[in-house]
Design a protein around this ligand. Sequence first.
Ligand code: GLV
Length: 326
Amino acid sequence: MSALPKVYVTRKVPPDGLDILRKSGQVQFDMWDSDDPVPRVELLKKVKGCDGILCVLTEKIDAQLLEAAGPNLKVVSTMSVGFDHLSLDELKKRGIRVGYTPDVLTDCVAELTVALLLTTSRRLIEATHEAKTGGWGTWRTLWLCGHELANSTVGILGLGRIGVAIAERLKPFKVKKFIYTDVVPRPELANMIEAEYVSFDELAKQSDFLAICCALTPETHGICNWNLFSKMKKNAIFINTSRGGVVNQEDLYEALSTGLIAGAGLDVTTPEPLPTHHPLFTLKNCVILPHIASASYTTRNAMSALAANNLLAGLRGEPMPQELKL
Ligand SMILES: O=CC(=O)O
């Protein structure tokens, strides 16, 4: 009997995914049994001769790693919806199939995006800080005032499943209008939320709240820069739960510190973790979270299960539940 396919799991992934791998009897796997990333040197050693890799978003799957893995490698399955850490050209060139985890995290990410938006627009972090540290003198008429969703225009940059889910959650807050931009209009998704397709400039000009929901690609890298911020309203709130790389952080700092826009809520930054001395941390109107949009027990387990099922299906040569088209 020939040996089972060899798999390397680059992180201690949640139990549902591990159970699927174990119970499958289909693979032999080794795992970096830690909450912290596997050192690159170790990773390069461990993937040698593997048929499959199950990774998370901190691992760069590039030409160097694929060379180190060698010709047996057939499947890379990432426990993430984002795939900017994967060199798709290099994978395609080698005929390696790729699995990822859309859909299962949509609700969780949309929920966190709404929470971050409200936290930023209603200045909740500043407010709890004032309450705890003696800044709470008396009830004051304009103290800690923010901006409300009722009657607002919400813009979405990159309309996909997550953008739709965010809009569906924001609608009951009496948003007046949803607008979006993307490389092309997305009528099927837009109709679900009655969103109007506008140009990038109009998105900047009209949005009271702007949610960034696009994937990080060479085209979107740094797309949220001075050109965008300088066209936005002074009361605008900028929310990013996609990838830090879509934002020019120097320009964002300038926009926030000079009052060009009212506030920003970021779940993602460049780099991650953002160094604690980073200037963005000095701003009261910038709320920064440590990349937790999909962090619920249910969702992280669902992501690990889907990543495991993608991997196993790929190794069997069958269609994956969620395969990235290369
Ligand atoms: O950022 C999280 C993901 O891509 O799943």
